[in-house]
Design a protein around this ligand. Structure first.
Ligand code: RM4
Ligand code: MN
Ligand code: MN
Length: 397
């Protein structure tokens, strides 16, 4: 890299070495919208196929060693499936990542899971969360990512405060079962599937619940789970400040929880979030943040979309690393608005693709993972192998 100063390159190497991204098993499966699904011949319909696809992404990018698992989709028999999962881990050289309980597909959850007025349903939901914690323990997974569909559709139809109490009780019970190195990440979402009130609707509610549950409970920020105008990087800054940031579900959106590929609509948003993390890291405040992807690749090829996402995350992470934060602090202190903003914008507009390519080559990885995916013929091969039996769908929507 002749045109990059060596100091810049060193900084870039450090930044790229520090970023690992967890990809979701469900990103390889057929998904759709509530209006229907478009079936892709290369989509994964078994856990084995998802591991195979994840291994392919890791071969190309070198930064995705773990695969997030959704319990009912990937371990339909719960704890009993752990030995099989361990075999897949060994065979494909991919480790199980965060474990995602599924509290939204069973008929019983029509009026909620952990917040359901029926104690029977609440117990059933809690048992599933506890099973998920046990699965995570047996697989050596650190994080349990909890998202609830709970809420109500009509004003007055539920007691919001009773449901808070039920939730606090359940999360304390779940926290009690965590091993010392495990974490419970509490995800929030403003609406959908509930359209009047959602029991964990924003980061304030997640923060409260994490505090009530116990010290190993933290907040999970899914970038698609905010109202359009919300300043997500400010939320991230607050969570860094309060020590409650557990991790992310990255994706992009135009309207709501669109689950589009990261940075496809608003790359500057992700850059701004990454800046907050880099800035906090210099103060030792950004440890153990789980960088996970939560996307639904309805139209794009699944593996292509995943590789594109990982590459985009690296580029934006790198751009944000290039911000001269010392100089920025000087301009912030003197309220030199334009100078500060220009440092910020300058880093964003730097073309970091050549540095990222040089970093990959130095790590024995393909300089252009997307091109390498095309050349590998992997997608054509699996499309041929899987094409005929792709009717069975193990994912959402
Ligand atoms: C939710 C949320 C969860 C994900 C499910 C499938 O909207 O983002 O993290 O597991 O979708
Ligand atoms: Mn999510
Ligand atoms: Mn979501």
């Amino acid at each position: 890299m002749t045109h990059f100063e060596s100091a810049t390159f060193d900084l870039a190497v450090k930044a790229l070495d520090s970023l690992q991204i967890e990809i979701p098993s469900w990103g390889f499966a057929n998904t759709g919208t509530r209006f229907g699904k478009f079936i892709q011949p290369a989509a994964a319909s078994t856990t084995e196929e998802k591991f195979s696809d994840a291994a392919q992404v890791d071969r190309l990018t070198g930064v995705t060693p773990t695969l997030a698992l959704h319990v009912l989709w990937d371990l339909p028999n719960g704890v009993k499936d752990v030995p099989e999962l361990k075999q897949l881990e060994r065979r494909f050289g991919i480790r199980a990542g965060s474990i995602n309980p599924n509290l939204f597909e069973e008929q019983e959850y029509k009026f909620g899971s952990l917040c359901n007025p029926s104690s029977h349903v609440r117990e059933h939901a809690l048992a599933h969360v506890l099973d998920s914690i046990e699965i995570a323990k047996q697989l050596g997974s650190r994080d349990i990512s909890l998202w609830l569909p709970d809420g109500s559709n009509y004003p007055g139809s539920q007691s919001i405060r009773k449901r808070i109490c039920w939730l606090e009780e359940a999360l304390r019970a779940a926290h009690d079962q965590l091993a010392p190195d495990q974490r419970l990440l509490i995800e929030y979402k403003p609406f959908e599937p509930a359209f009047y009130h959602t029991d964990i609707a924003d980061w304030g509610m997640s923060s409260h619940l994490a505090r009530v549950a116990g010290p190993q409970a933290l907040v999970l920020v899914d970038t698609g789970h905010h109202y359009s105008a919300q300043n997500i990087e400010q939320i991230v800054a607050w969570l860094l400040h309060t020590g409650l940031l557990g991790g992310f579900h990255f994706n992009d959106r135009r309207y709501a929880d669109d689950d589009l590929t990261l940075g496809s609509v608003d790359p500057y948003q992700i850059f701004r979030i990454f800046h907050e993390i880099h800035a906090a890291a210099t103060e030792g405040l950004a440890r153990n943040i789980a960088f996970m992807i939560d996307q639904s690749h309805n139209l794009k090829g699944k593996i292509e979309a995943t590789v594109q996402t990982v590459v985009t995350a690296q580029e934006l992470w790198l751009k944000a690393a290039l911000i001269d934060r010392e100089q920025l602090a000087v301009h912030q202190q003197s309220c030199d608005l334009v100078a500060a903003e220009e440092i910020f914008r300058g880093a964003f507009w730097t073309d970091v693709r050549p540095i990222a390519a040089a970093w990959r080559l130095a790590r024995g990885l393909p300089a252009d993972p997307l091109a390498a995916l095309r050349e590998s013929g992997y997608v054509q091969r699996i499309a041929g192998e899987r094409g005929n039996r792709n009717a069975a769908v193990s994912s959402y929507a």
